[in-house]
Design a protein around this ligand. Structure first.
Ligand code: IFG
Length: 511
């Protein structure tokens, strides 16, 4: 036998005998960080033979997990539906109604050397736990054999701090087609974001087909900021986005901004204008210059038709009616307008969300105030029994530049570096706002300066990961010094996902 062959044989024998170093699950760079992690010190060797087991009710989630693990390892894993492994090995998904403390989205992940159990009280918890498991699979296998991906053993018990953890995409200033929005859904779902707010109509573009008012898209959808081609979602496109989001336990919140931010609608139908004259399509970036005609009945017929059609397409509980920057709508007209629109939203079975100015109206307890600019409006809202979603522009507006050198975005609210985006507390941001009045937080991306998916990713990532942690993780685990280490370790994962993320100098990015 050749000397080299003998040498390799000895090395392989040595490797096989050498005990692998212990692992520590609590040191895993998980984002958002779980509620409770205990380490087992050993490893579960994920390999091609590993089988995923799921009951029939979780077949789709089992398929999703197989696809996720295959993408991570290039191994084709098998899914067994309804027949657990008699030897108990493999990855087992299960629903357990006897763990109500996990809530709608919580899960328990138990990793032993030969078996992983992912248990939840509801299917959403299996999906959320799958994102954690995905982050535990190392990006490279144990050795050059490319056969073992070592997952640290231990247990994770986890559930969200806030029920509403959102991201908003403005598809009006610039339009983004179905494939881009689907990618956006994939990326936000990977970090346990569970609401996608689509800003579907504004001065520059109307982006959703309304069959009873077709010119909203045939005229109002024509263009965008800068005068380039616009676009719109047919109702089938929108249904496809809703389906895609639902499969990832993301709920879509559609927004039709009104009475301001309505030039696209006004340009589409002269009869919607108080003077009966349709203004030209608008391709600039000013705000606050448009208003629906609040004292004409046709306006409310229009709104009822739009809300009816949109509500029928939207399984989620919320319909967002905007209400921001209505600078040319007198307050004494604005208030009854919002009150009436709130009624229309209720008649079509939805709860109203509005930007914080809507708190000047008479809000019902089912309504939600999205605080973006005036903290006192958040308190105006809760004093009426409404709830609050926190979107403080100086902390979560993802169209804000990172610093003065960022080639995209604005800075009217603030420059928001990665540490600043993370270093705040939803619980104490607004003095006097009670914790149980806060549904959660949402990070809007306005797209005046954003035209491509790469632009979206550059502004959204990595700041959204910090917001995902502020929304999901308990107060005790949220601190920048510790989070920034985990964030830095995520760089190879973000690269593996093809995300064009901003490499802030405030973070030590792993290679
Ligand atoms: N404010 C406007 C947005 C957008 C934004 C850009 C709200 C609620 C400034 N309204 O934010 O339409 O123009 O940062």
């Amino acid at each position: 036998m050749q000397k080299t062959t003998i040498l390799f044989a000895l090395l392989a024998l040595l490797a096989a005998c050498t005990p692998l170093p212990p692992t520590d699950l609590s040191q895993a760079s998980l984002i958002p960080y779980p509620v409770a992690v205990t380490t087992g010190g050993e490893r579960f060797a994920l390999q091609a033979q590993t089988t995923i087991y799921a009951p029939p009710a979780l077949e789709a989630l089992g398929t999703y997990l197989v696809e996720t693990l295959t993408a991570a390892t290039r191994q084709p894993f098998a899914l067994e539906v309804g027949s657990p492994d008699p030897a108990g090995k493999g990855i087992h998904l299960a629903l357990d109604a006897n763990q109500p403390e996990l809530g709608a989205e919580g899960y328990q992940l138990t990793i032993a050397e030969k078996r992983i159990d992912l248990v939840a009280s509801q299917p959403a918890g299996i999906f959320r736990g799958s994102q954690t498991l995905r982050q535990l699979v190392p990006l490279v296998s144990r050795d050059s054999s490319n056969r073992y991906w070592d997952i640290p053993t231990g247990t994770i018990t986890d559930y969200p701090h806030y029920a509403y953890r959102g991201a908003m995409l403005d598809v009006s200033r610039h339009f983004f087609g179905v494939p881009d929005v689907k990618r956006f859904i994939d990326l936000i779902a990977a970090f346990k974001i569970n609401f996608l707010h689509l800003h579907l109509a504004d001065d520059q573009g109307w982006r959703i087909e309304i069959k009873s008012w077709p010119q909203l898209t045939t005229i109002g959808g024509r263009t965008a900021v800068g005068g380039g081609p616009g676009g719109f979602y047919t109702q089938d496109d929108y249904r496809e986005l809703v389906r895609y989001a639902q499969a990832r336990f993301v709920t879509i919140v559609p927004e039709i901004d009104m009475p301001g931010h309505t030039n696209a609608a006004l340009a589409s139908y002269p009869e919607l204008n108080c003077n009966g004259i349709a203004p030209p399509l608008y391709t600039g970036t000013e705000v606050g210059f448009s208003t629906l005609c609040t004292d004409q009945e046709i306006t409310y017929q229009f709104i009822d038709d739009v809300v009816r059609e949109l509500a029928a397409l939207t399984p989620g509980p919320y319909l967002h009616i905007g209400g921001d920057e209505s600078h040319v709508t007198d307050l004494e007209d604005y208030i009854p307008f919002i009150n009436r629109v709130q009624e229309i939203v209720h008649t079509h079975g939805k709860q109203m969300i509005g930007w914080d100015e809507v708190a000047h109206a008479s809000l019902s307890k089912s309504s939600v105030v999205q605080y973006w600019a005036q903290a006192e409006n958040a308190l105006r809202g809760t004093s009426q029994g409404a709830k609050v979603i926190l979107s403080p522009a100086h902390k979560v507006y993802l169209d804000m530049q990172y610093d003065s050198t960022t080639h995209l975005g604005l800075h009217w609210a603030a420059y928001i570096e990665v540490d600043s985006a993370y270093n705040w507390s939803p619980e104490t941001l607004v003095p006097g706002l009670n914790e149980d009045d806060i549904l959660g937080l949402e990070s809007p991306l306005w797209t005046e300066t954003v035209t491509t998916m790469a632009d979206i990713e550059y502004l959204v990532f990595p700041r959204l990961l910090g917001h995902a942690e502020l929304g999901w993780s308990p107060v005790a685990v949220r601190n920048w010094a510790q989070y920034r280490v985990r964030l830095g370790a995520h760089a190879p994962r973000l690269e593996a996902m093809g995300i064009n993320f901003y490499r802030s100098k405030r973070v030590d990015w792993a290679r």
